[in-house]
Design a protein around this ligand. Structure first.
Ligand SMILES: *Cc1c(COP(=O)(O)O)cnc(C)c1O
Length: 425
């Protein structure tokens, strides 16, 4: 059956034809493709067409699709039982591997998604500090928990809604939203509300409204002000964890947060999230303390095995250096393709995260993004699908380079983009 035939059936039984809104083609031309199988840097749809994939399940697949070692580990775990609902050794092994990479944390709790990780971390931050207010920044996405669905970027930016229906005003009354890149604004907010603030949560490299790389002063201000006022700093590393460096953004920035939230890569393509902090703060979570958080499938052995195999491979010497080299190759190629064709574009990159924005400087805040570029992105997206290259179906989303992308994949992608840009002039 073709992509089109599956799509026709899907829209009847799934709202909008999808199980996550970012998969729909609301902001690019055409209908979503249906994928049948994948390996390495490529996946193949129901029409039998194969694509170089730069979306890679939105970040988890840092080793590429269907990595043989990850799959072997998951299959071996599954042969011993899919779920126990009781402690099992792979939870300990993944926790040890995780904390080995992130020595600034003492303990980790595994959950089943990034949303759950952030929701739980915020609850723990409030329980620990005895304060209610959470500070977040416009354009940062922290999952779809009610109280964080305010000015949250990506899927929401795509739909042009600043917030979500179904969220009572009272639920977000203790969520303060401030702009990124505004140290003075943050300082003023702390001067007035410092004693009420439980935590500041931030994506250390905001990657859910494009890629809004911050000036070092801004992240340092988040660290200094929270410390001064007895609030916690939470780095939401669901995208950046194990992506921008072996030790995530905390390592790159040289800033140690009080708590970290994780997802995506840590499950190697299976549903895993995690939050980590000090032993002191963690002593407030159940069963040790009064802050409740639980999960039927938390620490699922198959997902733990996949995460463990993924961390093991990303921990090999030269892994992140190779990703950095490939990221730079792609960035240079795309930048040249744009300038050669006279297309105004900036390719923003942090390691293996990249974003093409159709303006002449890299924005640092949500309002600095020119929304007019999104239509240009839609045209690029369509043209690349026709040339066997798959990007995320929204100009607000970043792209992901994996270990499975070859120099040939990069060259083929750059050639397809160059051909597209030339056809516009
Ligand atoms: C993807 C993401 C989340 C949500 O994770 P899910 O697994 O989709 O629930 C939270 N925070 C950030 C920074 C993310 O990129």
């Amino acid at each position: 059956m073709s992509n089109a035939a599956w799509w026709e059936r899907a829209v009847k039984v799934l709202p909008g034809g999808v199980n996550s809104p970012v998969r729909s083609f609301k902001s690019v031309p055409g209908d979503p493709l249906f994928f049948r199988k994948a390996a390495g840097s490529r996946f193949t749809d129901e029409d039998g067409d194969s694509y170089i994939d730069w979306c890679l399940s939105w970040g988890p697949l840092i080793l590429g699709h269907a990595d043989p070692d990850v799959h072997a580990a998951a299959a071996a775990a599954m042969a011993e039982g899919a779920s126990f609902g009781a402690p099992s050794r792979r939870e300990v092994l993944l926790a040890e591997a995780f904390l080995g990479r992130l020595p600034h944390f003492d303990q980790v709790r595994f959950v089943s998604s990034g949303t759950e990780a952030v929701m739980s971390a915020v609850r723990l931050a409030r329980g620990f500090t005895g304060r209610d207010v959470i500070v977040k920044f416009t354009g940062c996405y922290h999952g779809h928990a009610d109280h964080l669905l305010v000015d949250a970027g990506s899927g929401l930016a795509t739909f042009g809604t600043p917030s979500s229906g179904g969220v009572p005003a009272g639920f977000t009354a203790t969520t303060a939203v401030l702009p990124l890149d505004d140290v003075e604004g943050l300082r003023e907010f702390f001067a007035v509300h410092g004693k009420e603030i439980a935590a500041v949560i931030v994506e250390p490299f905001p990657a859910n409204s494009g890629l809004l790389i911050q000036r070092p002063e801004f992240m340092q201000a988040c660290r200094d002000l929270t410390r001064e006022h007895g609030a916690l700093l939470i780095f939401d590393e669901v995208i950046t964890g194990f992506r921008v460096a072996a030790g995530g953004a905390a390592e790159v920035l040289g800033i140690t947060p009080d708590m970290g939230t994780y997802g995506k890569i840590i499950g190697g393509g299976f549903p895993v999230g995690a939050y980590a902090t000090s032993e002191e703060i963690m002593s407030h979570i159940s069963p040790l303390g009064p802050v409740y958080q639980a999960g039927t499938l938390s620490g699922n052995p198959v997902a733990m095995a996949a995460g463990l195999a993924t961390l093991e491979k990303t921990g090999r010497p030269g892994f992140y250096e190779d990703l950095e080299r490939k990221g730079a190759l792609l960035q240079d190629g795309l930048t040249r393709a744009a300038s050669d064709a006279g297309v105004t574009a900036t390719v923003v990159r942090q390691g293996s995260l990249f974003w093409t924005v159709f303006q002449d400087t890299a924005p640092r805040s949500f309002t600095a993004i020119d929304p007019a570029g999104m239509e240009t992105y839609g045209r690029l997206h369509r043209a690349l699908i026709e040339r066997g290259v798959y990007l995320a179906p929204s100009g607000w989303e970043v792209g992901f380079v994996s270990a499975a992308h070859s120099d040939e994949d990069i060259a083929a992608t750059v050639a397809a983009v160059a051909e597209t840009f030339r056809s516009w002039s």
